[in-house]
Every structure is written in structure tokens, then in C-alpha cells.
Design a protein around this ligand. Structure first.
Ligand code: ZN
Ligand code: FE
Length: 254
């Protein structure tokens, strides 16, 4: 089974060190910068073999070139944005499979935050890396796509099994949850979760990973069907994309 370690980077980014022990394949997902990744490799006595990027933003690829130079790791990222991924060796897209040691990840195209954005789903290990598309209790900003595209992207992730662990690009959970409570103040699962999130963040502990099951209960961007949420927005009879777009618009100014 894969071992997955959080590597905090910059102010609120997470890179993830993924170790496949049977072959000693070692990946870093979305390295914002090289130094904390090299330190984590040294601490755990690991040699980097793969760099996996979900999208081109600098806070997810800033470590690519120095890490490749230091370790010779192979860089894999979204095919649809391969011209914007520093040092890329291989572009992947919807339906492709990444072989990583004895593990396999299925790749989904999940655009809208950026034009090219992929998720890596390790089905056997029940883990998905979602970059800046799905956050704990949130979703990424729509820099290069439409609400309809983001809804389609999130719906692909929402279709995975409920016990899938979600590893996202940032620690935004506390502010995301405070926003979510403005939309669904009576959501019991959300209230309970926020007690735990407040406790974790007060101790400076990560709130990641989350699970898809928990996100389905508490993440407003996955809940346009919620009657309470629709009532808050005054959109009782709108379609899901319209509701999603209004949630995203409100979050942009929260
Ligand atoms: Zn981003
Ligand atoms: Fe980011």
C-alpha cells in the first residue's frame, strides 16, 4: 500500500510525498518549492523518482526544475497544459493510467480552475489528489473555465467511492467552513466538522486528508441539491449549475 506524507510548503500549500514501498517508487505531488521536499526525502531516507503536477500554477510547480536537477525525477502533468508545466516529460489526460511502481492511478481531466487540470486517483489505495479543483469544504476559483465546467469536474470526483481520501492543494478548510455555514447554518454534519476543524487549526494541525463521503455531507459546492442551501440563495427551482455558480460567486467576495 502507498504511504502518503504531507509536506507543508509556502504559507498554505501542501505537497504530498507518495511512497510505494515494494519498488521504492517515490513521487511528490505539486511541489511548490524544492527545499521542504528535499528535507522530507532526507528525513525519510527516500529517493525521488516522480514529480506529479495537477496544474501549472507556480505554487504547484515551483519545485519542478530544482527537484528534477537534484534527483533526475520524471515530471508528469496535464497534457492539456503541457506547454505551461516546467520540465514536463509526459502529459496525461482523461482516461490515462499512470503506473507508479506497483501502484496505478487513473487520471481525470478536471478543468475550470485552469484550462488543463488533472486528478490522480489511486483506486486500490482509496486516495485522490485533487489540486485546486476540490478543497476540503471548498473548490478552486474559476480562473480559466466556466461554472458548468467546474460542476462537471467536481461531479467526476463526487462519483468516486465515499471512503476515498481527498488530498487537496491548500489548507483553506477553516475559512471554507465558515463560508459554508453561511449557506447551511443548520447542517449538523457541517457544524460537527467545524468543531473538529477549529480544534485542529488551533493546534496548527492539518485538516487533510478529508474523505469524499464527508465532502458530500459538508462541501456546499457538492450540495447544490440541498434544500437549505437553495433556500438561503433564493434559488429553489434553479438547475444545479446555476446554484453552483451562485455559491462560487458568493465565495469570491466572502
Ligand atoms: Zn492553482
Ligand atoms: Fe494553488
Amino acid at each position: 500500500m502507498l504511504k502518503i506524507l504531507l509536506v507543508p510548503c509556502l504559507t498554505d500549500n501542501y505537497a504530498y510525498l507518495v511512497h510505494e514501498p515494494s519498488t521504492n517508487a517515490v513521487a511528490i505531488v505539486d511541489p511548490s518549492e524544492a527545499a521542504p521536499v528535499l528535507a522530507a526525502l532526507q528525513t525519510h531516507g527516500l529517493k525521488l523518482t516522480h514529480i506529479l503536477n495537477t496544474h501549472h500554477h507556480f505554487d504547484h510547480t515551483g519545485g519542478n526544475l530544482p527537484l528534477k536537477e537534484a534527483t533526475g525525477a520524471r515530471i508528469i502533468g496535464p497534457k492539456a497544459d503541457s506547454d505551461r508545466i516546467p520540465g514536463i516529460d509526459e502529459g496525461l489526460g482523461e482516461g490515462d493510467t499512470l503506473t507508479f511502481g506497483n501502484a496505478k492511478a487513473r487520471v481525470f481531466d478536471i478543468p475550470a480552475h485552469t484550462k488543463g487540470h488533472i486528478a490522480f486517483w489511486f483506486e486500490a489505495d482509496k486516495a485522490v489528489f485533487t489540486g485546486d479543483t476540490m478543497f476540503a469544504i471548498g473548490c478552486g476559483r474559476l480562473f480559466e473555465g466556466t461554472p458548468a465546467q467546474m460542476w462537471t469536474s467536481l461531479s467526476k470526483l463526487a462519483a468516486l467511492p465515499a471512503d476515498t481520501r481527498v488530498y487537496c492543494g491548500h489548507e483553506y478548510t477553516l475559512s471554507n467552513g465558515r463560508f459554508a455555514l453561511t449557506l447551511e447554518p443548520n447542517n449538523k454534519a457541517l457544524q460537527q466538522r467545524m468543531v473538529e476543524v477549529e480544534r485542529l487549526r488551533a493546534a496548527k494541525d492539518p485538516t487533510i486528508p478529508t474523505t469524499l463521503g464527508l465532502e458530500m455531507q459538508t462541501n456546499p459546492f457538492l450540495r447544490p441539491a440541498s434544500a437549505e442551501l437553495r433556500s438561503t440563495l433564493g434559488l429553489q427551482n434553479a438547475d444545479d449549475v446555476t446554484v453552483f455558480a451562485e455559491i462560487r460567486r458568493r465565495k469570491d467576495v466572502f
